[in-house]
Design a binder for this molecule. Sequence first.
Ligand code: ADP
Ligand code: ADP
Ligand code: ADP
Length: 214
Amino acid sequence: LRTVFLGPPGAGKGTQAPLLSEYFKACHLSTGDILRAHVKQGTDLGIQAKEIMDMGGLVSDEIMVNIIKDELESNLTCKNGFILDGFPRTVPQAQKLDEMLTARNTPLETALELEIDDSLLVSRITGRLIHPASGRSYHTEFNPPKVAMTDDATGEPLVRRSDDNVEALTKRLATYHTQTAPIAAFYKSQYKWRGIDAAKKPDEVSVRIMESLP
Ligand code: ADP
Ligand code: ADP
Ligand code: ADP
């Protein structure tokens, strides 16, 4: 499987991508998770990225393309296929990805867009809880952990992302509509785009995704 997930913050990319990755034994690369790991480790990139992420902006295309390139080359699980989550986020990123995949003889098969109205995203984002080590996400109301504020699998504490507030979300949504949404046309022109109704329950979204795959 070689696919990318498109969709605004809170659409469900981080919920659905790990399920597909498990099923297809393909790697799941979340650029948001990779950047948050850099922030936590205090690398040069992490220090630069934190400010941009908290403001709801985008890290430069050059940095993001290099990150994906490095991961696709070094992560052995990616040899079985890949699911990209949070990348590409701009048309230049989508074009660079195409060039990179063509050079490797592993073209993208589909681009899955999780489609949802902005009005549903505020409650999803403000209730989101994450397990930083795995990137697993929960929701205080829609997907609560078995024990409050605790990861089901490891028992470790859950946290809120520093950018999961209404102010940063508003900025991220504006960034999404201007910079990321135009990618749909790029994949439509290649007949690779598939729209998924992401307002449905997680199980129903999963079924629709499976039906949309090659
Ligand atoms: P969400 O899950 O809410 O859509 P992510 O975890 O994917 O958000 O990304 C968090 C932040 O990391 C983004 O708001 C952006 O600042 C940065 N980021 C992640 N992926 C990219 C990318 N491909 N290009 C530029 N910035 C990115
Ligand atoms: P993204 O990675 O696209 O930003 P997430 O997968 O992290 O989105 O989902 C955002 C929040 O909404 C999380 O708290 C998650 O538990 C919850 N969520 C995900 N999918 C659904 C759904 N289909 N219905 C209701 N809540 C959902
Ligand atoms: P560290 O600080 O641990 O040496 P960085 O955080 O600087 O590492 O970089 C991590 C990854 O991000 C590198 O593998 C590189 O591909 C990418 N990267 C970082 N900074 C840049 C940059 N300015 N331009 C392009 N890629 C970058």
